[in-house]
Structures are given as structure tokens and as C-alpha cells.
Design a binder for this molecule. Structure first.
Ligand SMILES: Cc1ncc(COP(=O)(O)O)c(C=O)c1O
Length: 285
């Protein structure tokens, strides 16, 4: 973030930055190291802290805020819906879900949509779906399914997802881990092909990695991965939780290479950040 100027008209709280930091460290479990800037308002690309400093937000909450802070159209839609009905549970139907599925199916080009509450849960759902496909359709023997992932991946922080992380601190203290994953270097199509066995269910990969720097693979990598997966009857699943919904200039990053995956995970900007919402979309075979 870059500090832009100071808004003196917003001095309305006796709490200053250090007071908020003290509160957080007294009552919050220590699991993250944010910058010591305490934000209190956001509009579009701008945010303000509790001491009236104005900043240009270059991070966009790792793409959760692709539409900007407090987008007025999304806010209005949320208020309108919240005044009608907020929850029906899955025991009943509602007049929004079908339209939502249709829209997501149209923009993703995939046939079926399954909503989840977090990106981690969307990826977990993808793992379950590809394993079930391996057993029920591909004919892999029970408990033998393998999923190939890439070095420096980030898929979330559940036990199964950190099981295939290559970042030591994400695994430290959380063993034992979930088996069934093989790790190959990102951007290396030959390594992917070598790692495939008759038990391989899927290749799960971010089209552009977003953890520890933004890593763009060599041109043609996604296309080659698609061809290798097709030839070996392996599902191709793109984790587009960070790269999707316009972040890279196309609706989804894999569209830069004209690839057609079997599944994608979508998240972050999906709700305009007014509610937590992530998805797993799947092309059924
Ligand atoms: C590529 C990718 N996959 C999955 C996740 C997990 O999403 P969530 O934080 O909603 O669990 C993230 C979060 O940063 C991500 O960047």
C-alpha cells in the first residue's frame, strides 16, 4: 500500500493504531503477521486508517476485492436481498440458487456448480470429486488414487491442503498428513507427464501461482498440461481462486491459453466480499 494523504475530517475515535494492535494481541490467536495499519473505511481503490491516513490499496485482499471496496451495486443488491430473505437452508429451495448456478456455468463453460464457504473448502471438494471419479469412472483400485500438485502451491490451510504444501511453516506441527499427493515442479510439463501413473486421478494447479511471489508459467504450459492430462485420462483442475474473475485480464487465467479444464475452483471476488463464498465447478464426464 502507498500512503497518499491525511483526512483530518475523520478524527472521531479516541482509539489510535497502537490501541487496536494491543487489543488484537491480547485477545486474538497469533496466526498471521499483517502490517500495523488499522483500516476503518474503504471505497473503490482507496482505504483509510483510524488515524485518518488515506492509502491506495494495491493488494485488493489477494483478489477478493477485484471490484474494489464496498462496490455500490453489490452493496445495494445485498441490502435488497437481505430485506427479503437471508437463508433458506438446503432443506428448501429458493428463487436465487438456480439463476446463480446458470450464471456461473455460463461464465466458466463448465456444466455443474457446487457452492462452498471458503476457498479451502472448494479445493477440498475438488479433491473429493476427482477421487470419486477415479474410483467410479476411471476404475482406480480403492484407496490408490493419486493427485498431482505443484511445488510452491497454495490451496488453503486445512490438514489435507497443507499435506501437499511445500512450505515448511504451513506443515510445522500439524502432522500426520493426508496421503495420495505427488508434487512436481511448477511450469515443467515433462515432470507432470513422468509423475502420472494408472492411479492418477487429477492434476491440480494454479494457472499463475500467487504464494511467495506471482509466478507465471512458461508460455504453452497450460496447453501442454491439458494435452498430457487428456492423453493419460487424468482430470485437469485449475485452482482459480486467486486468478479468476477478471484478475488477469480475462474472466479466468486459463483462458489466456484457450484451455478447457475439467474443473475449476473459484473464490475471493465472487461475492464482492460482502459474504464468504467460494465454488467448485465441474464438467461431468
Ligand atoms: C490459489 C488459492 N487457492 C485457495 C485459497 C484458499 O482460499 P480461502 O482463503 O478462501 O480458504 C487461496 C487463498 O489465498 C488461494 O490463493
Amino acid at each position: 500500500m502507498v500512503m497518499a494523504n491525511i483526512r483530518l475530517d475523520r478524527l472521531n475515535s479516541s482509539f489510535l493504531t497502537q490501541d487496536y494492535l494491543d487489543l488484537e494481541s491480547q485477545y486474538g490467536a497469533n496466526n498471521y503477521h499483517p502490517l500495523d495499519v488499522v483500516l476503518t473505511e474503504g471505497k473503490g481503490v482507496w482505504v483509510w486508517d483510524v488515524e485518518e491516513n488515506k492509502y491506495l490499496d494495491f493488494l485488493s485482499a489477494y483478489s477478493a476485492l477485484n471490484q474494489g471496496h464496498c462496490h455500490p451495486k453489490i452493496l445495494a443488491a445485498m441490502v435488497e436481498q437481505a430485506q427479503k430473505i437471508t437463508l433458506t437452508s438446503r432443506a428448501f429451495r429458493n428463487d436465487q440458487l438456480g439463476k446463480f448456478y446458470q450464471k456461473l456455468s455460463e461464465i466458466s463453460g463448465l456444466e455443474k456448480v457446487l457452492p462452498m464457504n471458503s476457498g479451502a473448502e472448494a479445493v477440498e471438494t475438488a479433491l473429493k470429486a476427482v477421487r470419486k471419479w477415479a474410483y467410479q469412472v476411471k476404475g482406480v483400485l480403492d484407496k490408490q488414487a493419486e493427485i498431482i500438485v505443484c511445488e510452491n502451491n497454495f490451496a488453503g490451510r486445512t490438514i489435507s491442503l497443507v499435506s501437499f504444501s511445500t512450505e515448511d511453516q504451513y506443515q510445522d506441527g500439524f502432522a500426520p498428513f493426508t496421503p495420495g499427493f505427488k508434487v512436481v515442479p511448477f511450469g515443467d510439463a515433462e515432470a507432470l507427464e513422468k509423475a502420472i501413473t494408472p492411479n492418477t486421478a487429477a492434476f491440480l494447479v494454479e494457472p499463475i501461482q500467487g504464494e511467495g511471489g506471482i509466478i507465471v508459467p512458461p508460455e504453452g504450459y497450460l496447453k501442454k498440461a491439458e494435452e498430457i492430462c487428456k492423453r493419460n485420462r487424468v482430470l485437469l483442475v485449475f485452482d482459480e481462486i486467486q486468478t479468476g474473475l477478471g484478475r488477469t485480464g480475462k474472466m479466468f487465467a486459463h483462458q489466456h491459453e484457450g484451455v478447457k479444464p475439467d474443473g475449476i475452483t473459484i473464490g475471493k471476488a465472487l461475492s464482492g466480499v460482502f459474504i464468504q463464498f467460494r465454488l467448485f465447478c465441474l464438467l461431468l464426464k
